[in-house]
Design a protein around this ligand. Structure first.
Ligand SMILES: [Zn+2]
Length: 931
């Protein structure tokens, strides 16, 4: 077995500096083509305007940039995207296997058996996130055409409506027919129209651009703006009383991505914008930047088009035809050679942890996925365990078994054998496997209840500092020893307080400081909190928030008592361990002159005013940023936003992923309202409300949310709709706004009057801050479907599987007929509510029980029955589940069982003791407006 060992001889370093093999050779053809035809000097090397640029973003000009700005930026690598060798040629070539492929992309084909039904069946496409690729940009309307499809519900539907002609004039001279009023501007009397929730998913609105620009625009899955019509001035924005900001999902899994290898990455000499589809070519040799309007030269190399293998068509280069592209960056974009992928696991092995039994699940997952960890031949891995002391593991190749090294001085942690603790995954694989097989049983008899988490993190920081990488921390209780120890701050009697919710902020700055140190050394810390007791997540979460890590939370984890949580952990670990990862990343967002960014949301550290430092980037991370309009945009009809994410792939390649979004500028308030993206707006508001809750108070944040509705509807009512209505009027684009805000007020993060554990609340806030919109929306407003009569009509086909598409139901008990069964998708939980009088055939054929009475109180799986309805139901649930990073737990809830409380809490249109019904909320808003 593993022996305690005090040996301190330092074994010599075994891993090699990776051969500088060019993974890029795959792209060789492309490179060679260019090289042979156009060996061109770089366009702009010592531009004086660029000195403010830091490291990677400095790009070609890095020589002139400050290298002192950050401690250790850099490294190379190639993203797993390195497996898109032929991407450039066309969509015909299928991408090479991706370690974390997007779940079953739905081919853009139409429902098989969809006869037009009299019920307006749900649309045959998928959720936006399942679209095949960014190329089909906007929404299923890949043609970019008018949303003529009847299924295209929501505010994209352009109804026949009178008026609304001033809209066209201001739409950037674009192609709106002035005779048509968009549905987005149809005044909706909210107090009278009871069924405002569309029965099909709400898509992102398509910005009102001409067809060509629509086709080129960035997919809303990667990049969305709360207002798809940008107000010309801040004054106009202020009048609209709507939040302006961007929602980003910059590193999401893509099935298609043009990857460009080029000696010259063409960027504006002045503002460093990457050339993109929205620049204009003045002639063949000059292009005008769409962000700062500087006229730049077209470099010679750019005159050659590798796609067509022809010369003289710069406007047909892939960079100009795609609003999402990825460049292989040169050494100019590195401050040091790309480091290997390094993974360190820091594991709580106190009595509490052993009792919960998570080590079994973790070690098993690691054993299963060891070969799928993103990386190359240089990948390194290490393990640290801790209770009241810290245990290191010497896994140096050549040892007969792993050696455990115990350090008991937690006040001044040192690394016993620094060079043999993080070892080459391939060279030491057998030792690693030995350790993983032994770990779950190594501490079974421990009586050690203390947790020296802080010192363990300090050790991890030291260990990771030379290379950077990813630290995964598993913690099961409040840290009780050494630096960073915490005390319980939760008063269980206050859990359902309607007044003050305390302790939403950290108790100490230890974890934040540690995170900033880690970030400086390109190390991100991910936290897995598995605890049934209060563990002060608001303090612990700081280790991840500021180091660009992520946070997982399993509040009632127990390996055997709570098998569904164990299964959830196992599934989420699989995704976590195998998904794509980028190291040493920075992200910069640029926007057209006149606009400016002021507040960022997400997990990162802001290095300079607008450069986000991301020690790690993962495909499940979302970001948001607030915008203001500093100078009026009267001279332009279009504005653009560009995100550049520079990172090192796990294969040691330096890459830059660029997204560019183009939006029209408008000058009237009506046009501003016409372009509201209500989901983006609600997600941005949610982020702002989290900040407000922590910096001020929860009640302030709640007031701000209510005021957002009152102010915008009031502004709309007084300036746009001159209609004499007695009800509460909203433009079509905002008709879901009050509903979504009410949903937020009832969300775990912001609710009051309902018993909510402090850690649960804080976790909900963490999720709001870092989930991409598509997942956040399900948390805010779950989707409810009736599933006892699933039919194939309107179904979609995914990998030869028929996936039914039931209609969405509003979140109210009035929809729950006792004769039916309903599925609620809350993002991280699925509920199947079974009515008392539900047809026995459904109970038999789907649940596998003869009748309602025999359904068990606790049921978390659907049996695989050989019936059509079982197949349809499982197919639908699998399809929903496949599309997300967190694996939802399924709960079958019988009508009248005690477990139904959780389910009913999500019926946000209904009244609860503590909160308004939707209708009452509308009346409340109306009263506030009339005040
Ligand atoms: Zn520029």
């Amino acid at each position: 077995m593993i022996t305690a060992h005090q040996e301190c001889t330092v074994p010599k370093e075994v891993y090699h500096n990776g051969p500088k093999v060019k993974e890029g050779m795959q792209y060789g053809e492309y490179v060679n083509n260019q090289a042979s035809s156009a060996p061109t000097p770089l366009s702009s090397t010592s531009d004086d305007e660029e000195e403010e640029e830091e490291d990677e973003e400095a790009g070609v000009d890095s020589s002139s940039t400050t290298s002192s700005a950050s401690p250790l930026p850099n490294s190379y690598d190639a993203l797993e995207g390195g497996s898109y060798p032929d991407m450039l040629s066309s969509s015909a070539s299928s991408p090479a296997p991706d370690p974390a492929p997007e779940p079953d992309p739905i081919p853009a084909q139409v429902p098989a058996a969809s006869q037009p039904s009299k019920m307006a069946k749900p649309f045959g496409y998928g959720y936006p996130i399942l679209q095949p690729g960014y190329q089909n940009a906007a929404t299923p309307l890949s043609s970019g055409g008018q949303p003529s499809s009847p299924a295209y519900s929501g505010f994209q539907q352009y109804a026949q409506y009178p008026g609304m002609n001033q809209l066209s004039a201001s739409l950037g001279g674009l192609s709106l027919q002035s005779s048509v009023q968009p549905e987005s501007l149809r005044p909706v009397n909210l107090t009278q129209e009871r069924n405002i929730l569309p029965v099909t998913p709400v898509w992102a609105p398509v910005p009102n651009l001409n067809l060509d620009l629509k086709k080129l625009n960035c997919s809303p899955d990667s990049f969305r703006c709360t207002l798809t019509n940008i107000p010309q001035t801040q004054v106009l924005l202020n009048k609209a009383k709507l939040p302006l900001g961007l929602l980003l999902h910059p590193f999401r899994d893509l099935t298609q991505l043009p990857v460009i290898t080029s000696n010259t990455i063409v960027r504006c000499r002045s503002c460093r914008t990457y050339i993109n589809p929205f620049v204009s070519f003045i002639d063949q040799r000059r292009w005008k930047c769409n962000l700062c309007y500087r006229v730049n030269d077209v470099p010679e190399e750019f005159m050659y088009n590798p796609l067509t293998r022809s010369y003289g068509e710069p406007h047909k280069r892939p960079e100009v035809l795609n609003s999402t592209v990825e460049f292989i960056a040169s050494s100019d974009y590195m401050l040091r050679p790309p480091q290997p992928a390094v993974y360190l696991f820091v594991l709580d092995v106190s009595h509490n942890a052993v009792e919960a039994g998570y080590l079994t699940v973790l070690c098993q997952s690691l054993l299963e996925n060891l070969d799928k960890l993103p990386g190359d031949s240089r990948t390194r891995i290490g393990f640290v365990t801790f209770d009241s002391t810290i245990h290191f593991y010497n896994l140096q190749e050549g040892l007969s078994q792993p050696q455990m090294l115990i350090v008991s001085d937690i006040d001044d942690v040192f690394l016993p054998t620094p060079d043999s603790l993080l070892v080459n995954l391939h060279e030491s694989k057998e030792l690693i496997k030995d350790l993983l097989n032994a770990l779950p049983n190594m501490f079974t008899n421990t009586r050690e209840t203390h947790s020296a988490l802080g010192p363990a993190l300090q050790a991890a920081f030291k260990l990771m500092s030379p290379t950077g990488g990813r630290v995964s921390v598993f913690q099961t209780q409040l840290p009780s020893l050494g630096a960073g120890l915490l005390q319980s701050r939760e008063d269980p009697n206050q859990r359902s307080s309607t007044k003050v919710v305390q302790h939403l902020g950290p108790a100490t700055d230890f974890y934040k400081k540690l995170a900033l140190d880690c970030s400086g050394q390109q190390t991100a810390v991910d936290l897995f909190l598995l605890s049934s007791q209060y563990s002060d997540l608001s303090s612990l979460a700081c280790m991840s928030k500021y180091s660009a890590g992520c946070i997982y939370y399993y509040p009632s984890f127990h390996c055997t008592h709570n098998p569904s949580q164990a299964e959830k952990l196992q599934k989420e670990l699989k995704r976590y361990l195998t998904r794509k990862i980028g190291f040493e990343a920075v992200m910069r967002i640029r926007c057209t002159k006149g606009l400016s960014m002021h507040t960022f949301h997400g997990n990162f550290f802001v290095r300079s005013t607008d450069l986000l430092s991301l020690a790690n980037i993962n495909p499940d991370a979302g970001f948001a940023v607030q915008l203001s309009i500093e100078e009026s945009l009267t001279d332009t009809s279009l504005v653009c936003f560009q995100t550049a994410l520079l990172y090192t792939s796990s294969k040691g390649e330096r890459r830059i992923r660029v997204h560019t979004l183009c939006l029209p500028v408008v000058s009237s308030l009506a046009d501003v309202y016409a372009g509201v993206d209500v989901q983006a707006a609600i997600c941005l508001l949610a982020n702002m409300a989290v900040d407000r809750s922590i910096s001020s108070s929860l009640s302030d944040a709640r007031d701000a949310l209510v005021n957002a509705v009152v102010d915008s509807l009031s502004a709309y009512g007084s300036t746009v709709s001159n209609l004499q209505h007695s009800g509460l009027i909203a433009p079509g684009s905002l008709k879901l706004f009050p509903l979504y805000v009410l949903a937020l007020l009832k969300q775990k993060a912001f609710r009051t009057g309902t018993s909510t554990r402090l850690d649960d609340r804080v976790y909900a806030m963490c999720q709001i801050k870092c989930q991409p919109l598509v997942h956040l929306m399900k948390m805010v407003h779950p989707n409810l479907y009736r599933i006892d009569r699933l039919i194939d009509e309107g179904a979609i086909h995914v990998n030869d599987r028929v996936v039914p598409q039931p209609l969405l139901q509003k979140l109210s008990a009035e929809k729950l007929t006792r004769e039916g069964a309903f599925l609620m998708d809350c993002g991280s939980d699925f509920y199947i509510w079974v009515g008392k009088n539900c047809d026995n055939s459904f109970i038999e054929e789907v649940l596998g029980y003869p009748n309602f009475a025999s359904i068990p109180q606790k049921m978390t799986h659907l049996p695989e029955l050989d019936t059509l309805s079982s197949e349809r139901t499982r197919s639908f649930i699998t399809w929903l589940r496949d599309s997300r990073p967190l694996s939802p737990v399924l709960h079958v809830v019988k009508d009248e069982s005690p477990a139904k409380t959780e389910f009913f809490q999500h019926l946000i249109e209904d009244r609860t003791e503590a909160a308004f019904s939707y209708y009452e909320f509308l009346l409340h808003i109306q009263q506030q407006i009339c005040k």
